[in-house]
Structure formats: C-alpha cells, structure tokens
Design a protein around this ligand. Structure first.
Ligand SMILES: *Cc1c(COP(=O)(O)O)cnc(C)c1O
Length: 442
C-alpha cells in the first residue's frame, strides 16, 4: 500500500472535499486487523487528500521525507514515553535533536528547547513563560496566584491566529492583544509605532509577538530593529517563525532571520517545512527556569524541577510521544545541505510561480514573493470571496493542484505555500497551466 502510495504521489489528487461518511455502529465482535486494513484500503484511502505530494499548496503544508517516515514508524514500534530519563534514552535523543536544530537555525547556546505538537502549542508555551515573566516584573507569581490581576499588554502587527488563541487558553484574554500598524504595503511591524507604544506603556509588562514569516505573504518583522528596542525598553520578545525560521537555511533569505537571537522565546514548526509527519514543532527559550515554574509537575515519585532534565517539567504534556525521532532521522539522513536544498528549491519554485502570475493577464500578484508564499488574486473588477471560493473549488475538482483562500489587505485572494520536499519549478508550470485553464470556465 505504501509503495503504491509513493509511486503515484505526483499524480494523486492533492485536495479533496468529502461531505460525509457513513456513521457505523461499533461492532461487538472485532473484524480482525487484516480485514480492517482491507476495509480501510477500499473505503477510506480513495477519499484521502494527498497533501503530502508536490502539488498541494494549501495553508503551509509539508510532506514527509523518507527518513522522517521511517523514524515515525519506529516511534510507534518502540513506543517510548519521552517524558523523562527514568527508563529510556528517548529524552536524551530529543535533547540531541534540539541541539541539531539550534545549529540549523543559528541559535545561540543560551536557548533550551523541547518538542510540542505544533506551532500553536509552541506559541502557547512561549506565551505562558512570557506571562510568568510579566508576573515577576509586577511581583506576582502567576503559576501560584493566577493571572487575573496582572497589568499586561500583548502587541503584534500580523500575529498568527494561533497566538491569539493561546492568549485565550492562558487566561490573558483575546482583548489584551493590541494591533500595532504595519509599514504601508507590508505585513511587517512599523518599528516607530511600536516604539511609541513601548515608551507610553512603561508601567505595564509588554509581550511583543514578532512574526518571522506571515502566512499571507511570508513577510518578516525587522528582528534586528526589535533587538535594538530591547536595549531601550523592557519587554518580552516572542518570535513566531513557524515556517519562516527556515529562511536561515537559504543564503538568499538568511538576512530575514538576522536578529533571531534577541528573542526570549521562539516557535518553529517541524511538520511544515522540515517535512516530517504530523505532529511536531519546537519551542525554544532562554528562560528555562521560568518555564519550569509554569510547567513543573511535582509528585513524590518524580524528579525535582529545579534540577531536572526531564521534559514533563517544561511542556504541557506529562506522558509524551517520542516526537523528536522523525526530525532526528531526517537531520541525520540529509544533513544541513539536504534540508537547505529543499528550502532553496521551494523558494525558487515560489519565485517562478510569482513571475508567471505577474506576466499573465488573468491574475494579479498581490505582494512580492519574499520566501515560499505566493499571494495572488483574479484579475477582475471587485473580486468577491464567493468568486475566489468558486474558482478554488473548480481548481480542486480539476484534481491536480490545491490552493487555499485568504484576504490580503481587504482583498479576497489566493495563497500558494510551497513547502513540500518534492516540489520544484516544473510543478509550478503545471499549476499555472491549470489555473489558466480553470479561469476560462468562470
Ligand atoms: C502554521 C502556523 C502556526 C500554527 O501552527 P500549527 O502547527 O498548525 O499549530 C502558527 N504560526 C504560524 C506563522 C504558522 O504558519
């Protein structure tokens, strides 16, 4: 089944909409594994979306490198509980994987890190540590006393929705997030406007969520300028670099991540541009002690958080999947060069697609291609969201390429995010031919 799947991945339908599936009753007697596999193959597989292939450009979606897939299967076969080093070397290998990743992203030694399920959880953990920090600024131990009395303000220019969700989960509240303007025609924060805010809010604790790779256009806040501001003002700098962190691997885009080491906490996804299977992301911070205060899990039979190398004192989970292993496999198998090649090839493909759209009369490129995201729209008067979703459902049903919709600066638009290890410029030629063919049907 796996061999067939990979042989045909280039032709397999990338996106699919399934309205409903039959709601079965739980059997009293089991059917047996072989027969369930047969049922799965016949009834479920034909309805799957092949988002792991090279023609899926929705959201920001990676596939899985062969090495990471092997690692992922071994995670389940050996089924280690990577919570602490009481009886397994799994956590030690996770520490080693984090050390590899720090080298990959040029992060300073002073960062510690751990694996969580995704960038959302990484943002959550980072903001939980930031909240503990904010409490200490005000003489409040949030881990003991709660956050209800904390004078705290969270600011960002183009924050990902998951950070705002994290504010709700953390009891900080969505309303305590304030939007700072972007530079005109950009999604990057206006540093002067941020400085105005900081200079007039010195009595509150401030958390700045910087964006290194916005989902619409792959735009970056100026991390060096934010670092400079940190020399003048006291604030927590969280950088959401879920996919943008990989700019560090491309000589042409490396400058976008300059200043990353000013961060107090960083989010980077593995299941997007590192191309490992769901679910995996990394959380990095320079404030491990604060992290331990938030997440420590003390019980008589467990270790003491103040001295512990155990992950369950630093992450939301206690029992933990050996989530680092697919990443360890892919980094060991392909090295920095292998992964840099994927990033650069994807960026070239994005640039190429951007050029094709720019030269066409039917489409408008809405922003320069800065990394691996192409944001465009139909070249019609007053394009509506309905027109975009009609166009995208025609593209999806055509069956060979898949994009997702967005709204950019008030304009209904389409995004192509190129982050699959198999995708190159030829796939973008094919995608361009398809969108040209489909728009004629509208
Ligand atoms: C995808 C993404 C997230 C959320 O990541 P999940 O892995 O889906 O939880 C957060 N921030 C940015 C910038 C993203 O691209």
């Amino acid at each position: 089944m796996a061999t067939d799947h990979f042989k045909n991945i280039d032709q397999a339908r990338p996106g699919r909409y399934v309205d409903n599936i039959e709601n079965k009753k739980l059997h009293d007697k089991g059917a047996g594994t072989a027969s369930v596999l047969q049922y799965f193959k016949e009834n479920i597989v034909p309805k799957l979306a092949h988002s792991t292939g090279p023609n899926y450009f929705g959201f920001v979606t990676g596939g899985s490198t062969p090495a990471s897939l092997l690692g992922d299967q071994l995670v389940s076969i050996f089924d280690q509980n990577a919570f602490g080093s009481h009886d397994s070397i799994a956590p030690l290998l996770e520490h080693q994987t984090i050390a590899f990743l720090k080298q990959l992203f040029d992060l300073e030694e002073s960062f510690d890190g751990s694996f969580v399920t995704g960038a959302t959880m990484s943002n959550f953990v980072s903001l939980a540590i930031a909240r503990q920090w904010a409490g200490e600024q005000q003489g409040i131990d949030v881990s003991q006393d709660g956050a209800s009395t904390l004078p705290l303000q969270v600011v960002s220019a183009t924050a990902h929705s998951s950070s705002i969700k994290a504010l709700s989960m953390l009891g900080i509240g969505r309303k305590n997030w304030k939007n700072i303007d972007t530079i005109p025609e950009r999604e990057a924060i206006d540093i002067d406007k941020l400085e105005n805010f900081l200079s007039s809010h010195t009595q509150q604790s401030v958390i700045v969520i910087a964006n290194a790779g916005t989902v619409n256009t792959g735009d970056f806040d100026d991390l060096l300028a934010l670092g400079k501001l940190k020399e003048k003002y006291n604030f927590w700098l969280h950088v959401d670099a879920a996919f943008g962190g990989f700019a560090a691997l491309s000589p042409k885009h490396h400058h976008l991540m300059q200043g990353i080491n000013y961060a107090d906490s960083i989010t980077i996804d593995a299941h997007k541009w590192l191309n490992v299977p769901y679910d995996a992301a990394m959380q990095f911070t320079k404030h491990k002690k604060l992290q331990g205060k938030v997440f420590q899990n003390t019980a008589a039979y467990l270790s003491d958080a103040s001295v512990s190398p155990d992950f369950f004192h630093y992450t939301p989970e206690n029992s933990r999947r050996w989530r680092a292993l697919p990443t360890w496999f892919t980094l060991m198998a392909y090295g920095r060069e292998g992964h840099a090649e994927i990033v650069q090839r994807n960026c070239e493909a994005a640039e190429h697609f951007g050029e094709l759209l720019k030269q066409s009369t039917q489409f408008t490129l809405l922003a320069p291609v800065r990394l691996n995201i192409v944001c465009f729209t139909l070249n019609k008067e007053q394009v509506s969201s309905q027109q975009i979703s009609h166009f995208l459902s025609l593209v999806r049903d055509h069956g060979q390429v898949f994009f997702t919709p967005t709204v950019y600066k008030g304009r209904p638009a389409i995004r192509a995010a190129i982050s699959n290890w198999l995708t190159d410029s030829n796939h973008m030629d094919k995608a361009f031919n398809i969108v040209q063919e489909v728009i004629k049907k509208m």
